[in-house]
Design a binder for this molecule. Structure first.
Ligand code: ATP
Ligand code: MG
Length: 209
């Protein structure tokens, strides 16, 4: 039970979600429970700085897929703040905005262990770490234990705000799902059925990787 004196916590799950899949949902749900998050807000990126190499599905379609996947869970929400930002979207700007929107809450930014290990390459990561805690959910192929050991030695000041979370391993990625669609291979059970039907109806991922 959460006592009244406890600071409220909000979870944020950022991503391209191109498309959203069960790996994202499991990471969000386990983090919500483990860190006693009041809710988890999914924030689809607008124009992600790290993924300029390939064509990203338009933000409205990615937003729709996140909405379809999360609307049956009262603890999950979707935000348009990155989609509506003009120009490049950086996590640190989003965190600043969220801080204003939720001045009473502690913010927990949920990532997979792949993104978690890369945090020091993010724009203005020091400010990001002042604004929130980070949760790195385990993801097959991306061990983060060594990263945590190095972090503890090199940056003990950040260490207390970076948390690893063991979740049931799901070797699911959006890259693999896009590739499967393109090759006419099944994607059923890798993502919510409503999202699969949306992909089918909108003929997404026929030509892109
Ligand atoms: P892509 O293959 O296009 O990079 P992705 O599957 O990695 O897609 P993203 O939208 O890039 O999905 O991920 C958003 C966040 O969700 C990232 O922090 C990522 O690490 C995390 N994530 C994605 N898939 C998983 C998974 N299977 N288990 C745990 N975390 C995941
Ligand atoms: Mg990714």
């Amino acid at each position: 039970m959460t006592s009244n004196s406890e600071v409220k916590r909000i979870g944020i799950m950022g991503g391209t979600f191109d498309p959203l899949h069960y790996g994202h949902l499991v990471a969000a749900e386990m983090a919500r429970n483990e860190f006693r998050l009041e809710k988890v807000i999914f924030i689809p990126t607008g124009n992600p700085p790290h993924k300029m190499g390939r064509e990203i599905t338009n933000p409205e379609a990615r937003f729709q897929m996140v909405k379809l996947a999360t609307e049956d869970n009262l603890s999950f929400g979707v935000s348009r703040i990155e989609i509506e930002r003009i120009g490049h979207s950086y996590t640190v700007d989003t965190l600043r905005e969220l801080h204003q929107l939720y001045p009473e809450h502690e913010i927990y930014f949920i990532t997979g262990s792949d993104a978690f290990r890369e945090i020091f390459t993010w724009k203005d990561f020091e400010s990001a770490l002042e604004l929130c805690h980070f949760i790195g959910a385990s993801r097959p192929g991306f061990d983060a234990e060594e990263f945590m050991q190095d972090l503890q030695a090199a940056h003990p000041e950040f260490f207390t705000r970076m948390h690893l979370l063991e979740v049931p391993a799901l070797a699911i990625s959006s890259t693999d799902i896009r590739s499967r669609v393109r090759k006419n291979q099944p994607i059923r059970y890798l993502l919510p059925e409503a999202v699969r039907l949306y992909i089918e109806r909108e003929s997404l991922y026929q030509n892109i990787l």
